[in-house]
Design a protein around this ligand. Structure first.
Ligand code: MG
Ligand code: MG
Length: 171
């Protein structure tokens, strides 16, 4: 973890309106996905939800260290899987990343993820969408596992159980 002064400096720069909190909008402006397009607001919302310990919908300086660390770790992770240094993740890079994270997914499932998370429609995934993809996959897998007591990869759900499973996801 970097020294508090260093973090405070970044925090103050990101907190453009000097409110003492980082809003969704402020965080979105501070993050880059490597293009001129704005950082995916869904990913920003997910991250704020994860680190906003006081449930204000914003990030205080106390929460900021953990958020900063999280983003930095994702940056390193993204770089390490972007083997060709293209600034984005292609299908084989995504396959490799997911395998490394421990997911056993068929080619067609990876294809579905690729379709859903390549916002540019170019069959490559940018930094912000990569985080979004991995966080969603993690949440869905955790939710599935809760119902899969015998760990055979099969669950039986009634309609309303399914709805409650989906709607109770923290997304
Ligand atoms: Mg602010
Ligand atoms: Mg690449």
């Amino acid at each position: 973890m970097p020294p508090p002064d260093f973090l405070k400096d970044i925090f103050d720069k990101v907190d453009r309106d000097k409110s003492g909190f980082i809003s969704i909008d402020e965080l979105q402006k501070a993050l880059s996905n490597g293009t001129w397009k704005p950082f995916n607001s869904e990913t920003v919302r997910l991250m704020i939800g994860m680190f906003d310990k006081q449930n204000t919908g914003q990030i205080s300086f106390q929460d900021f260290g953990a958020l900063w660390k999280y983003v930095t770790e994702w940056q390193n992770c993204f770089k390490s899987f972007d083997k060709d240094n293209s600034g984005n993740i292609d299908k084989s890079e995504l396959q490799n990343a997911l395998r490394t994270f421990g997911y056993k997914l068929s080619d067609s499932t990876v294809e579905i993820l690729m379709k859903k998370f390549n916002r540019e429609g170019k069959n490559t995934i940018l930094f912000d969408d990569f985080i979004h993809c991995c966080v969603m996959l993690n949440l869905l897998t955790a939710s599935f596992s809760q119902h899969d007591a015998d760990k055979d990869g099969v669950i039986t759900l009634q309609y309303e159980q399914f709805l409650s499973m989906v709607f109770s996801l923290k997304t």
